[in-house]
Design a protein around this ligand. Sequence first.
Ligand SMILES: Cc1cc2nc3c(=O)[nH]c(=O)nc-3n(C[C@H](O)[C@H](O)[C@H](O)COP(=O)(O)OP(=O)(O)OC[C@H]3O[C@@H](n4cnc5c(N)ncnc54)[C@H](O)[C@@H]3O)c2cc1C
Length: 386
Amino acid sequence: MRLELSAEDQAFRKEMREFFTTQVPEEIRTAVLDGRELSKEQVVESQRALNAGGLAVPGWPVEWGGRDWSQLQRHLWHEEMQAAGVPLPLPFNTSMIGPVIAHFGSQEVKERFLPPTANLDIWWSQGFSEPDAGSDLAGLRTTAVRDGDDWVVNGQKTWTTLGQHGDWIFTLVRTDPEAKKQLGISMLLIDMTSPGVEVRPIQLIDGGHEVNEVWFTDVRVPGENLVGEVNQGWTMAKFLLGNERVGVAPVGSVKRMLVRAKQVGGDRLADPLLRARIADLENELLALELTTLRVVAHSAGGAPHPASSVLKLRGTELQQAASELLLDLAGPQSLASGADPDAGGTDAPGWARRAAPTYLNLRKASIYGGSNEIQRQIIARTILGL
Ligand SMILES: Cc1cc2nc3c(=O)[nH]c(=O)nc-3n(C[C@H](O)[C@H](O)[C@H](O)COP(=O)(O)OP(=O)(O)OC[C@H]3O[C@@H](n4cnc5c(N)ncnc54)[C@H](O)[C@@H]3O)c2cc1C
C-alpha cells in the first residue's frame, strides 16, 4: 500500500483546505475548534456554504450534486473539514436519508426532497430507535395503517438527535404486524409539523439537550411519502446503517484534542507518565488513520467495507480516551463548567470548563450508530470468521 499522496491528491487536499478556511465563516469554525455548541442557524449557514461550492454531498449520485470522487478524495475532504473546524454536513441529511432517497425513491420523491436536503432547507431527524428496539431494531412497534390514500401512524421513537430542530423525520414503521419482523417494516417520511407529532426533550448528563422522544398519535401521512415499496423498509434501513458507519472514525477531531492537550499541558509535560500517555494515544491514532486509509483504498462501488466497524470501535474509544486526558489535565477546574466567566464567576479557561461536559457527552459515542458490542460481533463474524 502506498501511503504518500500523489501530486494530484496533494493538490486536491490543498484545494479543500483553501475552500474550508476561506468560504466557511471563521466565527463558526472557531466555535467548533473551541468545542462550543453551534446554533441551528450556524449549522445551516455552514452547510449552505459547502453546498454552494459543491462540497456538501460529494458521495451522492452526480445528477443530485455528487462529485464522483475517489474514496481517497472523499477521505481527504472529510479530514480537511475536521482540521479546519468546519461542522460536518448534517449526517441525517447527507449520509443517511439523502442516499436512501437517491437509491430507492421515485423520481418525484427525488425531485421533491434531494435539493432541499443537500442545502439543509429541510432539517431531517432519524426516527428509527424505540424504547425496546435499539440494537434489536427490527423489534420496532410504531404502526402505520392504511386509511384511504393516507397512512395513520401511532407509536413512539426515542433518542432522536436534534429532533427539536427537525422539519421532517424519516421513520421505520410496522406496516404488516403478521409478517416475520424484518419483513413487515416500511419507511415513511413525516412532516414534523403534522398534527399528532410531539417532540419531548431528554435531559442529558452534560446538561445539554441533544436528544428527544418523538410521539405519534393518529398522525396522517400522505401515501406518496412512502419511500420505495411497502414492507421494503428493512432493506433501506440496512443500506442506511451501512452508510452511517462510513466516515465514522473521528481522526481529525481526536488529533485536535491531542494538540490541545500538549498546548495546555505546560510544565506537566515533563512528567514521563503523562508523556507516555500522550505518545500512546498518538500512536493509536496513527494506527487508526492508516487503517482508515486502508479501508478507504479497499472500498468499492459505494458498499461499506466491513472494516468500517473497526473504525467505529477504535475511533470512539480513542475519542473517549482523549476527552479523559483533557479532563485529567483540567483537574478541579473542570468542575467549573457551570460558572459564568462574564459574571466574574471563574478564571478557569474555556477548554477546562468544557472538559467535564465534553467527557460526559462523549460517553454516547460507543452507543449510537450501533453500539460497540454490536460492532465487535460484526468484526467477529464478517472479518474474523468466528
Ligand atoms: C446520543 C445518542 C443519539 C442517538 N440518536 C439517534 C437518532 O437520532 N435516531 C435514532 O433512531 N436512534 C438514535 N440513537 C439510538 C441508538 O442507535 C441506540 O441507542 C443504539 O442502537 C443502542 O440501542 P439501545 O439504546 O436500545 O440499547 P440496547 O439495544 O438495549 O443495548 C443495551 C446494551 O446491551 C448491549 N447489547 C444489545 N444486544 C446485544 C447483543 N446481541 N450482543 C451483545 N451486546 C448486546 C448493547 O451493546 C448495549 O451495551 C441514539 C443514541 C444515543 C446514545
